[in-house]
Design a protein around this ligand. Structure first.
Ligand SMILES: [Fe+2]
Length: 375
């Protein structure tokens, strides 16, 4: 099943497996199983091997007008420093047992940094990115390369790179931190190291372009001195001006009669690794979607989970059984195999949706499926 397949919204589930007749002997057998730490498949198969993915996560929305005041209050009350490392407030899916996980594989947090603050250097094997929601003037320093951050910029952060943050501005700044922390937690694969407690004076400078952008941010032009494929993107910032232009041109080309969009009125771009055109991170796919006012995306369901943020505009979204009006800044989760569609408001502003998902994990395992779903 691929992008083109269209199937009914409700798959047919068979009856649960037939169980043996209860008897004293059967009860004794089950007690013996338990004593020996054994568990028979025939009592578990519905949960272990469902006919289709049945996510433990809920479709859930976090409202920006609730999140931002709480982040500001945390900025007032909670210092940033070694140990806690980051003033990051994680979205906790209400169906995942109180863990700070937006989905079974993805961490999504609002990070909030006050003027003059530094978030200390560290590194970890979890892959990460920043997506800037408001403001400018913060630098993320990656392996000594200072990368400025402005609204709409996307900064991938491959695992095991040293990184810290420095707010050189006069205003607080907030961004989304996306990581594969839950995946690393459940797969027991995480390593972490503390770095230096302070940055050098040079690293707190404010270059317009990072060294990574000077080397890599030239569309279609690759440095011949660096032809090896890299598992994570060496380009450390994807600027909003480029993303915005790419989306506008897709819609303009569509209006001129050329094939450019995913569906009528639905432009989309994927952030890619310039060394191999694959995802920027091995475990996380990141995209920006733009819906022309009054248009809807094609309802779809896919294996794996996604987190969306309404970056511009407003509208409505359907996730499984949920139907929400959405506004600028709102974040919501689409669990695995739940049908998703979005509709942009009918005003004059397009709705931009930033999306990140765990799709590369399932593609690598040949376990990904996606379907358009008929109404
Ligand atoms: Fe980090």
């Amino acid at each position: 099943m691929t992008n083109g397949a269209t199937l009914p919204a409700q798959p047919h589930d068979p009856a649960p497996p037939r169980q043996p007749e209860p008897s004293p002997a059967l009860g004794a057998l089950y007690r013996d199983f338990e004593r020996e730490n054994l568990n028979p498949l025939w009592t578990q198969i519905g949960d272990l091997m469902p006919m289709h993915p049945q996510s433990k996560a809920s479709a859930h929305i976090w409202r920006w007008n609730k999140l931002l005041p709480l982040a500001r209050e945390a900025g007032r009350l909670v210092p940033v420093g070694r140990g806690g490392e980051r003033r990051a407030i994680a979205l906790a899916n209400p169906s995942l047992g109180g863990r700070p996980y937006a989905t079974p594989t993805l961490w999504a947090a609002i990070q909030y940094l006050m003027p003059g603050e530094n978030a200390p250097e560290h590194r970890h094997t979890q892959h990460a990115f920043r997506f800037v929601l408001e403001g400018e003037g913060v630098w993320t320093v990656v392996n000594g390369d200072a990368v400025r951050m402005s609204r709409g910029d996307f900064l991938p952060q491959g695992g095991w790179n040293w990184h810290s943050h420095h707010n050189a501005a006069t205003e607080p700044m907030s961004w989304i931190d996306g990581l594969d922390i839950p995946f690393a937690y459940y797969s027991e694969s995480a390593f972490f190291e503390f770095g230096r407690d302070a940055l050098s004076k040079e690293e707190c400078s404010t270059p317009a372009l990072s060294r990574s952008e000077r080397l890599w941010a030239h569309p279609g032009l690759r440095p011949v001195a660096q032809l090896q494929d890299l598992p994570t993107s060496p380009l450390l910032a994807y600027r909003w001006v480029d993303t915005d232009r790419a989306l506008n041109e897709q819609l303009a080309l569509e209006a001129e009669g050329y094939a450019a969009t995913l569906s009528p009125g639905h432009a989309a771009v994927r952030y890619t690794n310039p060394t191999n055109s694959r995802d920027v991170l091995p475990s996380i796919r990141c995209e920006m979607h733009r819906l022309r006012p009054g248009t809807s995306s094609t309802p779809r369901r896919e294996v794996g989970s996604s987190v969306y943020q309404v970056f511009n505009g407003s509208g409505s979204v359907i996730v499984g059984e949920q139907h929400w009006k959405v506004e600028h800044g709102d974040l919501f989760v689409v669990p695995s195999w739940q049908t998703f569609s979005a509709t942009s408001g009918a005003g004059t502003t397009a709705m931009d949706l930033f999306r990140f998902s765990d799709t590369p994990i399932f593609e690598a395992l040949h376990a990904w499926r996606g379907q358009d779903v008929s109404a």
